[in-house]
Ligand binder design. Sequence first.
Ligand SMILES: Nc1ncnc2c1ncn2[C@@H]1O[C@H](COP(=O)(O)OP(=O)(O)OP(=O)(O)O)[C@@H](O)[C@H]1O
Ligand SMILES: [Mg+2]
Length: 336
Amino acid sequence: MTAPTTGRPGFGMARPGQPDPGDGPPAGAGEPGGRFTPGLAPDALVDLAAERRAAGIDDVLAALDRELVGLAPVKRRIAEIAALLLIDRVRERFGMATTRPSLHMCFTGDPGTGKTTVAMRMAELLHRTGYLERGHLVAVTRDDLVGQYVGHTAPKTREVLKRAMGGVLFIDEAYYLYRAENERDYGQEAIEILLQVMENQRDKLVVILAGYASRMEAFFSSNPGMSSRIAHHIDFPGYSLDELAAIADLMLGQAGYRLSEQARQTFREYLRRRMEQPRFANARSVRNALERARLRHASRLLAQDGQPASRDDLMRLEPADFLASRVFAGGAQGRA
Ligand SMILES: Nc1ncnc2c1ncn2[C@@H]1O[C@H](COP(=O)(O)OP(=O)(O)OP(=O)(O)O)[C@@H](O)[C@H]1O
Ligand SMILES: [Mg+2]
């Protein structure tokens, strides 16, 4: 799957050599890549705030803050990385030595904690700061990299790497690449190729490995070469009940729905139960629950034969839209 970063204008849309539309950069500020920027005189002074604005970093960080609930440590780390890249870029223009920092990362956390979403934002940010040329995200799993037969893995892995060049390669459940019980597993071949590219082409590609913390830990102990190439380990904690409720509000707002006062209470109770059940997937469970509620809401409105519906009726979810869920039936099925 190749995910576009976002559809908003001005986000991740710039092409190398083609400055972003929007706020004009201050004199001397470069476009993403910084390759075409003139050098600075040794006694020049740089307006760092203007640089930050011109690179669109503030926009990306503000959107991250606005559109993602919680995740404070994750947001902090992203801001730190953005600061480092910006300062690097300015140093470069003074002709100072800059070693491109290694930015391969590992995102650990339970399902639905925002790893893929943050990876997409990260790709956007790395593009904004000029670290990556394209800033797109290619999300893959073992099956996209590893072949079934001898000789199939290398071309598969290389094809994926080619697609990801200039952006982020996101490998979900990366530990499946390594099968301890089978030393002739083709996954090893994919790992070797990845390691090489992560080292030699780190200015063109950022690899983000994602998955459960404990399994990732085991993967790294068996693959120290991989571990040593990961510069940032970022943990995504599970969401609290309040955070899940806030995520629901955000999602509903974006979709043009709202909860009635009673539905708000019902939905909290829904979440409280759902969190205890199997296959709970944090924000994804919230999204699924809301999708189901929308289905019931639609049927409920249509079932009100002959009754006209107001604009608010079309937006407002009621307790009934949640109470029909299996979560309230007390069953252990744990589905939305
Ligand atoms: N903090 C958050 N605020 C708002 N929405 C969120 C947040 N975290 C996740 N979401 C939403 O929840 C859904 C699942 O998130 P995402 O796919 O990023 O999780 P994930 O950690 O990659 O899950 P998995 O491990 O199952 O792949 C997405 O629709 C995302 O937009
Ligand atoms: Mg994901």
